[in-house]
Ligand binder design. Structure first.
Ligand code: NIG
Ligand code: FE
Length: 404
């Protein structure tokens, strides 16, 4: 197997229980064997064997290395855009007004259904490349704009196709219970039946890594959400939830009862929900892009999450309606400026905790045995990644041991 060596870097290892903030190792070396990290530590302790065996050597001259970034909540694949609704909102309409008037998610459903799989891929590719240009090596992509077997399958297949065509690992989430499609208007329970019919069929085809739902007064009730969770459980699929984004409907506590990998948004989360998440080990995925774009004023309860030991992740929520955002670095900044996370919490949110939100144990930190997914940055300190606004100091991505 090929051995590659990165020397004289500052390694933000993000390891749990590290003595230094960010698990930072100054003047570090990283040895990669094949697609795995083989050794990570101070230059002074680098075993001779790695130096002797290395086929390639990269002297980083003090540059920072972090784990590959993980965007753990996106709706990357959709047809069209909603710039017109942006204008409507600037004219005074609210996100919920637009949704109730048949716009919002429903308008993206029309455009997504009208697109072929290759058209969907072509429209989403620039968004994916933008994320990857900032060091994203793992991305979660949700369905949820197809809302029928045919179109949900098309979306999930397209997501999987990205994972084979581009140097990025794609995790797919079935979000059939995202909105009510027009043909089920006024019949939400019947549509939930339809979601329960789609789920095993799509799962059989290997298209689903996790199951999500939108539990909200403009979407599905806790009871309807629970039916989806039960079905996911029967198939052995992990669940996650769009919870407490616009109101407190108790979604987080419900998701926690099903051992949810994550609960996402959470601006309206209360103490009970936070405590339940803490006990269940669910990650809180914070989405500052949606908070900003919808001009929300209610902050997610970060102090409560900290108090209950809930790990926090940070993601773009890339979608056409509430967060048309393709910069995870910008989300680091917004998580700090808007939500008051520390830069260390924010960086954990796009590395170790984002991996946890996807149920992945083989990435999110720099340690021997993990996947060799990492990023070399033209900065010296990890906080610089969260500090800059609209600046990309990316130098090099290594994906599964491959230098891109
Ligand atoms: O995460 N909350 C539900 N879904 C998306 C928004 C979808 C849309 O408006 O198109 C979100 O914010
Ligand atoms: Fe979302």
């Amino acid at each position: 197997m090929t051995v590659q060596l990165w020397t004289h870097c500052r390694a933000a290892t993000m390891q749990a229980g590290a003595a230094q903030p960010y698990g930072l190792v100054e003047d570090a070396a990283i040895a990669v064997e094949g697609d795995r990290l083989a050794w990570v530590g101070p230059m002074s302790e680098l075993p001779e064997t790695w130096r002797d065996r290395s086929d390639a050597l990269y002297d980083c001259a003090g540059a920072l290395i972090t784990p590959g970034l993980i965007d753990c909540h996106t709706h990357l694949l959709y047809g069209g855009d909603r710039a017109n609704e942006f204008e409507l909102r600037l004219g005074g309409a609210s996100y919920e007004d637009i949704a109730r008037a048949g716009g919002g998610i429903a308008s993206t459903v029309r455009a997504t259904r009208a697109a072929t799989e290759s058209e969907l891929l072509a429209q989403a590719l620039p968004r994916l490349l933008a994320l990857m240009s900032e060091g994203v090596t793992t991305i979660e992509i949700k369905s949820g704009y197809g809302l029928s077997l045919e179109h949900e399958r098309k979306t999930l297949r397209a997501a999987r196709a990205f994972g084979t065509r581009e140097p990025v690992d794609v995790r797919t989430t079935f979000l059939g219970a995202h909105a009510l499609p027009p043909e089920f208007s006024g019949r939400p329970d019947d549509y939930i039946e339809e979601v329960l019919r789609m789920l095993p069929l799509l799962h059989e085809q290997g298209l689903i890594d996790a199951v999500d739902a939108f539990c909200e007064r403009i979407a599905f009730s806790p009871a309807q959400t629970e039916r989806v969770f039960e079905a996911a459980h029967r198939l052995g699929l992990p669940v996650k939830l769009h919870a407490e984004q616009l109101s407190d409907s108790g979604g987080a506590a419900l998701a926690a009862r099903y051992g949810a990998l994550s609960c996402d948004h959470l601006e309206w989360l209360g103490e009970e929900g936070a405590a339940a998440m803490g006990r269940a080990g669910s990650v809180a995925v914070l989405l500052p892009g949606a908070f900003y774009f919808l001009r929300e004023t209610r902050l997610p309860p970060v102090a409560l999450l900290r108090a209950h030991g809930v790990p926090m992740a940070v993601s773009t929520d890339c979608n056409p309606g509430s967060s048309p955002c393709t910069s995870l670095l910008l989300m680091l900044n917004m998580a700090c400026t808007l939500f008051r996370l520390t830069p260390e919490e924010a960086l954990l949110g796009v590395t170790r905790h984002a991996a946890q939100a996807l149920g992945l144990r083989d990435r999110g930190a720099l340690a021997a045995g993990l996947r060799a997914d990492f990023v070399v940055w033209d900065v010296e300190r990890p906080a610089q990644l969260a500090y800059a606004i609209g600046f990309n100091p990316h130098r090099q991505t290594v994906f599964c041991g491959r230098v891109l």
